[in-house]
Design a protein around this ligand. Structure first.
Ligand code: F6P
Length: 322
């Protein structure tokens, strides 16, 4: 293998740049030519390529976002799009492709790998951490620390004015961010898509928390919670308990900023492992890290199998709310 491509696709995540850097420098040290593809799969179809060498990835390890930019490409969901992408990559002499992103990214990657002409390896990069086959995705650690920083600040005002806060974190389908942020931020409870939200029970918890003399009550709500996000939950609770409350939607703040050390290390390890995998001739796998080991999972399994939340941590939330 002489020439490989790299792209970032879907929601950007802090640490993607550190991963691009690792792929380019590790790839170059293995004698490979590296092509950056801009704006995810759209960049293949629009032939938006840029040659990347060790110096082109200087000074990016600490930067959020992605220097290659990203997109969600509708055309790649069609057979015609896959055929076209496959043809363009072949014409460009790109024999291997590394795609960094979440489940949408891996669906495109699997289709390209199955088309057979280009070898494809996926790297999990999404703040949601909702990918089977890896303990952590690139960006998750930064996102939870960003959310935690905000929650610690909210706590100051929450404690001073004794009003409950409903803090909405990202996670449209899964509650991984809410769970870790809930534990680390000392939340009263978390509301996540995986569990039914019972407003009556939540009202009781909030009332009990005040009765126990607690002055600061924070409820973490995942954006995809079926009760409708922080705004709707807070309105219902406020109406029933006749109390004043405040809402804070953290939103895309969680997606930005300088990646944490853990994200940079993970990104660097997975980037190098993906290059090694392509050189060995592997294709159709995602490279992840489980209990510290590099592990390869067939791309399809990454979205067909479900990564479970840590049930012990879930139970701990309420106990530690004390
Ligand atoms: O998948 C990452 C993510 O940040 C989700 O947590 C969130 O629901 C979604 O992307 C937001 O997407 P967009 O940037 O298109 O609003």
């Amino acid at each position: 293998m002489e020439k490989i491509g790299v792209l970032t696709s879907g929601g950007d995540a802090p640490g993607m740049n550190a991963c691009i850097r690792a792929i380019v420098r590790y790839g170059a040290s293995s004698g490979l030519e590296i092509v950056g593809i801009r704006r995810g799969y759209c960049g293949i179809l629009e032939e938006d390529f840029v040659k990347l060498g060790p110096r082109s990835v200087a000074n990016i390890i600490h930067r959020g976002g992605t220097i290659l930019e990203t997109a969600r490409c509708e055309e790649m969901k069609t057979e015609e799009g896959i055929r076209k992408a496959n043809k363009i990559l072949q014409r460009e002499g790109i024999e291997g492709l590394i795609t960094i992103g979440g489940d949408g990214t891996f669906r495109g990657a699997a289709a390209l790998a199955e088309a057979g002409n280009v070898k494809v390896i996926g790297i999990p990069g999404t703040i949601d951490n909702d990918v089977y086959g890896t303990d952590n995705t690139i960006g998750f650690d930064t996102a939870i620390n960003t959310a935690l920083d905000a929650i610690d600040k909210i706590r100051d005002t929450c404690q001073s004015l004794q009003r409950p806060f409903f803090v909405e974190v990202m996670g449209k389908a899964r509650g991984f961010i809410a769970l870790d942020v809930g534990i680390a931020g000392g939340a009263e409870d978390i509301l996540i898509p995986e569990l039914e939200t019972k407003i009556d029970q939540l009202c009781l918890e909030i009332k009990n928390s005040f009765n126990r003399g607690k002055k600061c009550t924070t409820i973490i709500v995942a954006e995809g919670d079926e009760a409708g996000g922080a705004l709707r939950v807070a309105q219902q609770v406020g109406e029933r308990l006749k109390l004043e409350y405040r809402i804070c939607v953290l939103g895309h703040v969680q997606r930005g900023g300088s990646p944490t050390a853990r994200d940079r290390v993970l990104a660097s390890k997975l980037g190098a492992a993906a290059v090694d995998a392509l050189v060995k001739g592997m294709s159709g796998y995602m490279v992840g890290e489980l209990k510290g080991d590099i592990v390869f999972t067939p791309l399809r399994e990454t979205w067909e199998k479900r990564k479970e939340l840590d049930s012990d941590l879930l139970r701990l939330i309420k106990v530690l709310a004390g």
